[in-house]
Design a protein around this ligand. Structure first.
Ligand SMILES: [Fe+2]
Length: 312
């Protein structure tokens, strides 16, 4: 059966993508940001997921304001990078996983979670920037990606609680998929930022850090944050943080924080990043480690027996 092996949350600041595309990652301003993801890339290279389910928001690239689904599931075989005004980003076309995506659609919709099925869609920086941060800049992305777009650009966005419950429904769907797939769920967006109006440039590190703390240990507390509180404390665009709660809902209640990174600013945004693994997975890992010496000893004993027989 498929299983969710980890959750990754990350900001998806468009200027990070521009810094990559314009080869500015070694400049001191950007190095501070990118250095925070070096360990994450190593972790991802070890994790080697078979599929990524990536929660993000479309920034009027695939959906204009004429039609904005609250939740949209990418079921296509591929998703080309969108032209966001200066040509598509020079990143690989994202390959989808139509079979798992169709299964998720069936499972969540029959579970009374009405998601919009999207069979043709371009993806913007909301998806491609976190892919770069975790996988670098390869010629081809190393695994298929199922995009899940959440509306946080047009009022009313979904509540944090609804996002969390979508994560739960996605987990149920993944865990009922018969193929043995190792799945990593990304929750992207945020953290605190406001890009226009008198409060443009707002960053609230205290709010962000408290969010990160509770994200690991008490996510249900976060599901009760009303939209107005996000607006007031984290800025107008801080509402993107509800998307992290989809990822958190997709994990079991008890998780282990593998890694965390926070820095300000990147462009006019706070950058937050966290990697969580289900606690049950950590227990299995340590049980496996504990068994290894016994296995090694058995193999060593077998080798010794063979050596004795040969010497006879
Ligand atoms: Fe965004």
């Amino acid at each position: 059966m498929a299983k969710i092996i980890a959750g990754v949350s990350s900001s998806h600041v468009p200027a990070i993508g521009a810094a990559i595309d314009n080869k500015q990652t070694e400049e001191p301003y950007w190095k501070r940001v990118f250095s925070g993801f070096e360990k994450s890339k190593e972790w991802m290279a070890q994790a080697k997921p078979d599929v990524v389910i990536l929660i993000y928001n479309d920034h009027a690239s695939a959906f204009s304001v004429e039609m904005v689904p609250t939740f949209a599931l990418g079921c296509a075989a591929e998703f080309p990078p969108a032209d966001e005004g200066w040509g598509p980003r020079p990143v690989p076309v994202v390959k989808g996983h139509p079979q798992l995506a169709a299964h998720i659609a069936q499972s969540v919709i029959l579970d009374e979670f009405d998601i919009t099925v999207v069979n043709k869609m371009e993806v913007d920086h909301g998806l491609t920037v976190p892919m770069n941060l975790l996988f670098g800049s390869p010629k081809e992305w190393p695994c298929p990606v199922i995009p899940v777009a959440v509306n946080v650009v047009l009022y009313p966005p979904p509540t944090g609680h609804r996002c969390f419950m979508l994560g739960r429904a996605i987990r149920k769907a993944v865990e009922s998929y018969p193929e043995d797939l190792r799945v990593v769920v990304f929750g992207t967006g945020g953290m605190s930022h406001q890009i226009s109006g008198p409060r443009a440039g707002l960053i609230n590190s205290k709010f962000d850090k408290a969010f990160l703390d509770n994200f690991t240990k008490d996510p249900k507390k976060l599901t009760r944050i009303p939209h107005l509180e996000y607006m007031r404390e984290a800025g107008a665009e801080g509402i993107e943080m509800v998307m992290w709660l989809v990822m958190r809902g997709a994990l079991e209640d008890k998780v282990d924080e593998v890694y965390r990174f926070y820095t300000v600013p990147a462009s006019n945004t706070a950058v937050g990043h966290i990697i969580l693994e289900p606690h049950s997975r950590a227990k299995k890992k340590s049980a496996g480690k504990a068994k290894k010496p016994a296995g090694k000893m058995k193999r060593a004993a077998a080798r010794a027996k063979t050596a004795v027989r040969r010497s006879r």
